[in-house]
Structures are given as structure tokens and as C-alpha cells.
Write a protein that binds this ligand. Sequence first.
Ligand code: KIV
Length: 273
Amino acid sequence: MSVQSAVRRLTAPDIRARKGGEPIVSLTAYHAHTARLIDPHVDFMLVGDSLGNVMHGLETTIPVTVEMMILQGQAVMRGSKRALVVVDLPFGSYEGSPQQAFATASRVLKETGAGAIKLEGGRRMAETVRFLADRGVPVMGHVGLTPQSINTLGSFRALGRDDESAAIILDDARAISEAGAFAIVLEAISEPLARQITQEVAAPTIGIGGSSACDGQILVLEDMLGLSDRVPRFVKKFANIGPAIGEAVEAYASEVRARSFPAEEHTYAPKKA
Ligand code: KIV
């Protein structure tokens, strides 16, 4: 007997087929409850290694482990039914060799049930992208600002704003698209470069600070909801729920202190004999 869910989940080929079509909508998700809330509205959700910054208060994504990604990947899969779930491979878990990348990617896909992985890097990762894609692992690439390279980049700033750096990023995007990436995240690069990459590569481009020229967009959910202290220029706050949480907790604290919460309607009476 086969057991199938009534809702068909989107796949990496579905996202790949959207090149040049209706814009692809995506957000990060790290928890079952946020995954459930965003599932009806996004085409894919990314369990990004930015969970290190957002959930754990880390300065960079370098300390994030495969175990952290698997735990949150499982939660996001439980909370969602429809959107493709993509899980980031964290720093140090894939760069050593294509074989290391395959071992990590296959573990992530088996233990989470997610439909694809994402890894950072351009031309230097092309051989790995091909190795994975040829072995049944859908790979989303990520070029431009790659936060896992912070120790060699030196700072988080926009790239591709001069001819030399733009040529390197264009070459990176071409290399991983030709290697078989089903989509490519373009982070914090200049608008003309994002447009040129989108026009020239076969894989759909997903912008985060890449302009509306991209085939789709992604933001970190907590950034666009107004829950993060500091956000990059490319973030638009579509809500400001941070202050609303503070107000709710303040009201709760004052009612607890005044003994006005819990009220009768929140209290259990004894069963009638
Ligand atoms: O980890 C993450 O959230 C990401 C997005 C910024 C694309 O990689």
C-alpha cells in the first residue's frame, strides 16, 4: 500500500521550470510554527544557516553544525506540506571534496526529508555541484556575498560593484549553473550584475539584495517581520512585530504581578460530584 499526502509538495524541478516566469517567492524558516504560517504563501522555504545568527545569537554562521541544520530541517518539514524545503549545508561540512559533500547532503536529505540542499561558492564548487546533481541531490547555489567566507572576505558588504569583482561573480554563477544547480541565490550584488546573471544563466536566480531583476526573492523571515535588531539595506520590514511582542509580555507581566491573570475563564473548577 502506498501512503501519499493529499497535497503535492513542490520539487526542485518545479522551481527550475520557473526560469523567466512568475517570480519565485521564498523565505527562511527554522521552526515548525513559522513553516506552517508561511507554507501557503511561498514556493520554497530555506532552512538557512542564518539560524546561527537568528536563533542562537552567533556573530557568524561559521559555528553552525550539520546536527543543528538537521534538527531544524526536521521541524520545518513537520510544519509544512506544500513548499519545497531546502536545507543549507553548514561551513566545513562540504568544501573538502565532492565525496564529503555527498556524504553530508545525503545525510541531510535522508534525516530531514527535505527536497534539496544549498551550498555557498561559485567556480570552486562547480565540480561538487555536478557530482551531487549527477547522484540525485538537487543543489541550490549561492554566490555574491557568501557569509560562510566572512573570514576571508573581512566584512559583510555588497560585492560586484566594480568590473573586476562583477566578472568574477558572473563567472561563478555561470559555472554552477552549467554544473547543474537548479537555482542560484545572488546575495548583495549590484543591480546591473544581477540583471546580467539572470539573463545569461539557465538556472533561476533568487535575489537577496540582488534587485527585482532576479527570477525570485528570498529574505530572512525574522528580518522582514521586524524581529531583528540590525538588518542589511536590502531588507524591507513588511511588519514590525518586535515591539508588539514586547508590549504583550509587558501586559502579561503586569497582570501576573496584579494577580489579574489567570482569570476565572482560564481556571479549572472541580468536577461536580
Ligand atoms: O542562511 C540564509 O538565511 C541564507 C539566505 C540569506 C539566502 O543563505
